[in-house]
Design a binder for this molecule. Structure first.
Ligand SMILES: CC(C)(COP(=O)(O)OP(=O)(O)OC[C@H]1O[C@@H](n2cnc3c(N)ncnc32)[C@H](O)[C@@H]1OP(=O)(O)O)[C@@H](O)C(=O)NCCC(=O)NCCS
Length: 182
């Protein structure tokens, strides 16, 4: 799994390029994360400014260099329209967690199904990871549908598992999982 931090190649699909996150992506990142519908199930408020987006990109790039977490940019028609994240590396269990965010202008076109499944294929082919996990909120129908379409199965429902910085309450989350060879 460590290879993802040293040798993560670009992925090309029919419509998309999935590449490393670059400093310049902060403008498109701001467009994505400043939309309240996009962050509705993220336990955070919409991003307030491009300056904050710039800082976020810089932190993401640092997190990659420090081998903690990965953010890859989804490019569609020469524009950065989304992010696939790979985080919560567990080297004993050989598991990683997947997250995804898409610019609202591009919802409903099958883009995240295409992007996330290509990333899963890449992880299974290029690394020894055995388990891929996603944790959508129970109300996040779009995310749940993407998880199911890319082959993850629901294995749990954790009550009051994650702190919501907007409501200041704890939210439930579902556990979806894909196991190699299952
Ligand atoms: C969730 C998200 C990534 C889906 O991306 P997308 O590219 O629009 O998804 P797809 O087009 O690949 O859709 C996959 C399926 O989900 C369905 N779907 C997508 N969004 C939906 C929604 N809001 N409500 C109901 N169904 C939805 C699609 O119709 C499709 O089903 P179908 O093939 O049976 O028609 C996108 O809505 C998003 O970025 N949301 C905000 C961020 C977020 O919640 N991320 C997940 C955190 S766990």
């Amino acid at each position: 799994m460590e290879r993802l931090f040293t040798n993560f190649k670009e992925i090309e699909t029919d419509r998309l390029l999935i590449r490393e996150l670059r400093d310049i992506d902060y403008i498109d990142l701001y467009e994505i994360f400043s939309n309240e519908d996009v962050v509705r199930f993220q336990q955070i408020p919409p991003m307030p400014s491009k300056e904050v987006a710039k800082q976020a990109v810089s932190n993401f790039i640092k997190g990659y260099q420090q081998k903690q977490k990965i953010r890859r940019s989804i490019i569609y028609k020469d524009k950065m329209i989304g992010i696939v994240s790979i985080h919560s590396f567990n080297y004993d269990e050989k598991s990683v967690e997947l997250g995804f965010m898409l610019n609202k202008d591009n919802w409903g076109l099958g883009i995240m199904t295409e992007a996330a499944s290509s990333v899963i294929d890449y992880i299974l082919k290029e690394t020894d990871a055995n388990i891929i996990i996603a944790k959508p909120r129970p109300e996040n129908i779009g995310s749940i549908k993407v998880c199911e379409k890319i082959g993850l199965k629901r294995i749990g429902h954790q009550e009051k598992a994650i702190f919501n910085f907007v409501t200041e309450e704890y939210d439930d989350q579902l556990i979806y999982q894909l196991e190699r060879n299952n």
